[in-house]
Design a protein around this ligand. Structure first.
Ligand code: HEM
Length: 213
């Protein structure tokens, strides 16, 4: 127990859950991009995800991953603030660190707000709600983007997600102990490409259905 409540233990939990969530986002974007290919294909994939026992079991792991990642992140932030209530004047944070690395708690909490909205409108409706007669998963997913404000909130969240992932990706490897003269710059580059693909890919879906109809 002591390990998981130590600062290094919390960082390792953040790192492992972060890597797991990074993988989830690739699968999630992959399935959602099918909306741009064909409605039938997306509905089939969505049906598979909703009925496959292995995917259903993974949803509990995913929920645990999110809960641990968010709770440990908040606790780490509070502990850091308690240890160093005043920012060092000599630190010159703007020149010595990136905006994304200094704003992980801010971008993280805003993504949490997005997630609450998202789960309410998609996951909850599909799983426990009443789908209007004749409406498919595709109709629900694409229909919400008819509302321009909704699309704007989504795209703004995806941009913040991009910044969060850009720092988070390389930080996850660092906290897991990968710190190498040759590999670390490569991990940073892969992280940047990954974050851009996620932010652009999810935004493309929202913008396409907002303007294509
Ligand atoms: C255009 C962007 C997105 C679309 C169209 C979309 C669509 C969906 C849909 C249809 C579901 C319900 C799946 C089901 O229950 O069968 C869902 C669930 C979920 N989404 Fe998204 N999503 C988007 C972006 C995101 C992002 C950026 C995140 C994370 C930061 C995210 C996290 C989740 C989670 C955690 C669930 C619940 C777990 C699951 O059902 O797989 N989504 N999303």
């Amino acid at each position: 127990m002591g390990f998981f409540t130590s600062s290094i233990g919390r960082k390792i939990v953040m790192s492992l859950t972060g890597l797991f969530l990074i993988t989830f986002l690739i699968v999630h974007l992959g399935v959602n991009l099918l909306t741009l290919v064909s409605a039938e294909l997306f509905n089939e994939a969505s049906h598979f995800m909703a009925t496959n026992p292995l995917i259903q079991a993974m949803q509990y792991v995913l929920a645990l991953g999110f809960v641990l990642h968010i709770s440990q992140g908040i606790i780490l932030q509070i502990r850091n603030k308690q240890a160093r209530p005043q920012n060092y004047a000599m630190n010159k944070p703007a020149t010595n660190s990136s905006w994304s690395s200094r704003s992980m708690i801010l971008t993280g909490l805003l993504i949490l707000l997005f997630l609450i909205l998202h789960l309410k409108d998609y996951f909850w409706v599909m799983k426990f709600g009443e789908m209007p007669a004749g409406q498919t998963d595709y109709d629900l997913v694409t229909g919400l983007f008819q509302n321009k404000l909704y699309t704007l909130i989504y795209v703004a969240s995806f941009i913040l997600l991009g910044f969060h992932l850009d720092h988070g990706f390389q930080s996850a490897f660092q906290s897991a102990g990968v710190n190498h003269r040759k590999y670390t710059p490569m991990i940073r580059k892969i992280g940047r490409v990954y974050s851009l693909l996620m932010a652009l890919g999810f935004s493309l879906i929202a913008l396409y259905f907002s303007f294509a109809n």
